[in-house]
Ligand binder design. Structure first.
Ligand code: UTP
Length: 468
């Protein structure tokens, strides 16, 4: 029997179709359905569904100011740099990859982090990120927790992949996985919970905003405090260009006692498909490209430059104590609604694969924590240096465009180090070989001219298995 309280709750909130479904299930299927329903707030779902025709509420224009273009006084640069360097050399950093997304657009069967992105090496996104952390460890002698946020669909394959690959030679005890929460999908018209199989609801990851509760519920915030980690370096699994060794970014964040800091990217046009940084009531905030009204998007200043110029590459620093404070009020983070095609069982129990959008999914976004911060900093970066998202199968923001950007960046670094690279020749630097021009100058012993496809891997003496 379905417990009376649950039965009444389902009836009250438009989910009584599940009562009929329940009757037809086997015992284990029933147990599963009850377990999943116990974690769901059906009243909240009903209220969210009622908002389906509304766009996310837009604040009045008068409350909004463009984000000032960040500048750093020359005189402060050295101080900030030194402060950041100290944080790395004292092991006060942890790195956080968000890798719980479904990667629908890429259409890769495995978790996106397993995608072979290296232009020559074919190494995976996970390997690339892990090697950046290992390179930092080799440089500073310090160990850094690498936090990997997964979701129910990516958790097991991700853990197995890291294990199979020997944690890319990071200390296994420093790679901390945690699984984000889920939210159910509901039918677009009636708001009814959908089933993906007998006794199984259609559940999907609760958005990268799920990081906050995920970190707290997994106990990772406590562990970080136990290791005296003050700053979390947050980035997305699908950005192979992310620079994890940014002393200036970290140093300024710390020097100004910021709770959150973000990299910002000058937009390529008014309607570019990236989130828009701006000030809301004086605080750093973000509006998604789809929510930015056309007339705002085209506003320009006296110099004719876009007022809403600052795009979001999703690279942030979070103060651990600030995250702790946030977790006490994480339930206040808003839910964003998205219309999706969600395969599900119909009333007769047959699988339906919809051709048009039939369902609502709900996600929290990490950037909704920005306005909670009283103290924050932003630092400008460029696509060439730090942002090559792998989103689509082909074309814009695809593996092909990301690989081309990796090759271009590595060519640039080699040339800056005085090595000639023939135009059009692919080159790739392992992070374990070099992270910047100085590393190349120190390590590069080869011919001063590179004329054929070249992968510069870590020096032989380091390649043996690292023991921790
Ligand atoms: P996207 O929003 O681009 O989603 O995630 P996605 O899953 O990679 O791709 P699509 O939209 O299904 O095609 C940006 C980053 O946030 C992570 C993703 O793994 C990616 O690193 N993410 C997204 C999560 O960790 N959890 C989520 O619930 C959503």
């Amino acid at each position: 029997m379905i417990p009376t309280e649950l039965r009444e709750r389902l009836q009250r909130h438009g989910q009584d179709h599940l009562l009929a479904v329940y009757e037809k299930l086997t015992q284990p299927e029933r147990a599963n359905l009850l377990r999943e329903l116990a974690m769901i707030d059906v009243a909240e779902l009903q209220a969210l569904h009622a908002r389906r025709e509304q766009k996310d509420a837009l604040p009045e224009r008068a409350r909004i100011q463009p984000l000032p273009r960040p500048t750093i006084e020359e005189a402060d640069c050295d101080d900030f740099f030194g402060r950041g360097e100290d944080a790395y050399y004292e092991g006060e950093m942890a790195f956080l990859i968000v890798a719980g997304g479904q990667g629908t657009r890429l259409g890769f069967d495995e978790p996106k982090g397993m995608f072979p992105i290296g232009p020559i090496s074919k190494k995976s996104l996970f390997q690339l990120h892990a090697e950046k952390v290992l390179a930092l460890t080799r440089r500073t002698g310090m160990r850094y927790p690498l936090l990997v946020m997964t979701s129910p669909a990516t958790d097991e394959p991700t853990r197995k992949f890291f294990k199979r690959k020997n944690y890319f030679r990071l200390p296994p005890q420093d790679v901390w996985f945690f699984c984000q929460g889920t939210m159910p999908a509901v039918d677009l018209h009636a708001g009814r919970l959908l089933l993906e199989g007998p006794g199984r609801l259609c559940l999907s990851p609760n958005g990268h905003g799920g990081t906050i509760t995920g970190l707290a519920e997994s106990g990772i915030l406590d562990q970080l405090e136990g290791r005296d980690v003050q700053t979390i370096y947050y980035f997305q699994v699908d950005n192979p260009l992310v620079n994890l060794a940014d002393y200036l970014f970290v140093g300024r964040h710390l020097a100004q006692e910021a709770q959150v800091s973000s990299k910002v990217l000058p937009k390529t046009g008014p309607k570019e498909k990236v989130g828009n940084f701006l000030l809301l009531d004086g605080r750093c905030s973000m509006i998604e490209y789809s929510d930015l009204p056309d007339d705002w998007a085209h506003e320009t200043d006296e110099q004719g430059q876009l007022k809403f110029w600052a795009g979001n590459p999703a690279i942030h620093l979070f103060d651990v104590e600030f995250l702790r404070e946030l977790t006490t009020q994480a339930d206040r983070m808003p839910w964003h609604l998205a219309r999706k095609k969600v395969p599900h069982l119909d009333e007769a129990g047959h699988l339906v694969k919809p051709e048009t959008e039939n369902a609502l999914k709900f996600e929290r976004f990490i950037f909704d924590v920005l306005p909670q911060a009283e103290r924050w900093t932003v630092l400008s970066t460029s696509r060439e240096d730090e942002f090559a998202p792998v989103k689509n199968k082909e074309g814009v923001d695809s593996p092909e465009s990301a690989r081309a950007m990796m090759i271009a960046q590595h060519t640039r670094l080699l040339r800056e180090a005085g090595i000639e690279v023939t135009e059009g020749i692919p080159v790739e630097l392992s992070p374990l070989y070099a992270m910047d021009v100085e590393d190349i100058e120190e390590t590069y012993k080869g011919d001063r001219r590179i004329t054929r496809s070249t992968y510069l891997n870590e020096p032989m003496e380091f390649r043996k298995r690292t023991k921790w």
